[in-house]
Design a binder for this molecule. Structure first.
Ligand SMILES: [Zn+2]
Ligand SMILES: [Zn+2]
Length: 309
């Protein structure tokens, strides 16, 4: 771990801390094989629709408080449409075999079984070019990052380098149609793996989640920076609304005091009350502190790389 006295290498003048906020943007894709939801239950569409409703509101807040977010998007969401050709869909992408992890159990026939093979107007839970346009058209300069094409488990024993490469190719092609270059990556379900593939495909950062820390990014995999998660912005049962706000504000205070880099992340499918009542207070607190630099991931990484000799 880098020593705190070297903090100026990680925090640009005249700021005292850097705060990065990443959103894992996935609609229905994340929950297909979730152990907590049985496959295609209405629950997963409900989550996706809540996320669809929340995102424009979150973007309004970002404009109001000048907060950029890195939207780690599932690549399939960048498509307008796709097609099932007889029985095959996305044939260019090799498939994962059956696996289990902490969150999911994939025991279905085909990894893409749930893909409707239609378009955003018929199945808005599986495509989101409209939201991507909304994000990149806003006053605040947000970043679109990458969360694989179909929300796969990226660990080496589940995912071959060829699968991840095909997934990332599909993401990059879909992003190119918006004029977007993908730089920042987030492994679905914290299934960290295949870092060499990420680096080869031009990504410059990933987020790890081994424990919640206030530290500094590390660059131990070629040009790929590891950003260490500080805390998920999430609704926690048993915490009052005020206590949620208090805890997040306390973390911001600690980041300021310790001159560290704070990585917040969240699922935009959060409960509505979180978006209406908690997020605005966290964003207001950030906006009021002029020693805080809230940055998109790739802007910050570019700055770090400028410093790296
Ligand atoms: Zn598709
Ligand atoms: Zn995810």
């Amino acid at each position: 771990m880098k020593k705190r006295k070297e903090w100026r290498q990680f925090v640009p003048e005249p700021f005292s801390t850097v705060i990065i906020i990443q959103a894992d943007f996935e609609l229905a894709w994340a929950w297909r094989w979730a152990k907590s939801y049985a496959g295609n239950s209405p629950d997963i569409l409900q989550i996706a629709n809540r996320e669809r409703k929340n995102i424009p509101r979150i973007l309004d807040l970002c404009d109001k408080f000048r907060i950029p977010i890195t939207w780690a998007a599932v690549g399939h969401l960048l498509l307008e449409c796709c097609e099932r050709d007889r029985s095959s869909i996305h044939p260019e992408i090799p498939r994962l075999g059956h696996f289990k992890n902490e969150f999911w159990e994939f025991n279905g026939k085909d990894w893409f079984d749930h893909d409707p093979g239609s378009d955003v107007s018929h199945d808005p839970e599986w495509y989101a070019p409209d939201l991507i346009k909304d994000i990149i058209g806003r006053k605040v300069k947000h970043e679109i990052g990458c969360h694989t094409f179909s929300h796969i488990d990226c660990r080496k024993d589940v995912c071959s380098p060829e699968i991840l490469q095909a997934e990332l190719n599909a993401c990059q092609q879909a992003a190119a149609r918006f004029g977007i270059t993908l730089r920042s990556f987030v492994h679905p379900g914290h299934t960290i793996g295949n870092l060499d593939v990420l680096e080869k495909m031009g990504f410059t950062s990933f987020r790890s989640d081994y424990k919640n820390v206030l530290e500094y990014p590390e660059c131990e995999h070629g040009n790929l920076w590891e950003l260490k998660s500080t805390m998920e912005l999430a609704f926690r049962q048993g915490w009052s609304m005020d206590y949620h706000i208090h805890r997040y504000q306390k973390i911001i205070d600690r980041a300021l005091k310790s001159h560290t880099v704070c990585i917040f992340w969240f699922h935009p499918s959060l409960p509505e009350m979180f978006v209406n009542d908690i997020l605005p207070e966290v964003f207001r607190y950030l906006a009021d502190k002029n020693q805080v630099l809230v940055s998109s991931t790739s802007d910050y990484i570019n700055w770090l790389n400028g410093k790296k000799q």
